[in-house]
Design a protein around this ligand. Structure first.
Ligand code: HEM
Length: 175
């Protein structure tokens, strides 16, 4: 739990630092043209998380109790980096409406909504299964981890979907 609190505080601190950059008018003191790489970086982090989850799952299915935690904990670190990048994206570019009023936008909004709800819900689940694993309650870890992994994989894959839609299918100018 101490780790979870540390992560929460780190994210809070990053948010405050990013918001501190905003001037009194709400405009960023940073130049957005220097940050156009950020959406691609965040997309890449999502891809990296997908890979770590696949590798971690394959490792434990093969019975490898050394590589499994390594891959899964790497996925957690990538998740924290992604969260920092995501908050920075919001602070620098603000909200961007997905263009259009057709079925593709409806699909985008539905997927984004389910992605966001599960992304919030999965964080305490991840903390719980890590704590269970560290306490060597592997039976409970395995049972709870299966559903957590399914949720996390959904969040990571839909995160990629959102990235592709926003940046490649219907890109909007960032600033
Ligand atoms: C957030 C990170 C983690 C996720 C998503 C995760 C996911 C999983 C899943 C889905 C299984 C069940 C595999 C199956 O279907 O048979 C499993 C089993 C296992 N995990 Fe993790 N795991 C994580 C972290 C850890 C850590 C940090 C450790 C060790 C310190 C660990 C040790 C194990 C062990 C030993 C098993 C086998 C349990 C058994 O079959 O008795 N896991 N994990």
């Amino acid at each position: 739990m101490k780790g979870a609190v540390f992560i929460e505080f780190s994210v809070l601190l990053l948010t405050l630092l990013a918001l501190d950059q905003a001037g009194p008018t709400g405009h960023m003191a940073v130049d957005p043209s220097n940050w156009v790489w950020l959406p691609h970086f965040n997309g890449f982090m999502n891809l990296a998380i997908c890979c770590m989850l696949v590798f971690g799952y394959r490792a434990i299915r093969r019975g490898d109790r050394i590589k499994h935690p390594r891959f899964m904990l790497t996925a957690c670190v990538f998740g924290v980096v992604f969260l920092a990048g995501y908050i920075a994206h919001w602070a620098i570019f603000g909200h961007q409406r997905f263009p259009g009023d057709d079925w593709l936008r409806t699909l985008f909004v539905v997927v984004l909504f389910s992605h966001t709800v599960l992304a919030v819900a999965v964080v305490p689940c991840i903390v719980t299964i890590i704590v269970l694993a560290l306490r060597q309650s592997f039976d409970r870890h395995r049972r709870f981890a299966r559903i957590t992994l399914a949720m996390w994989a959904y969040v990571a894959v839909t995160g990629l979907f959102v990235y592709v839609m926003n940046n490649h299918i219907r890109p909007v100018p960032l600033y």
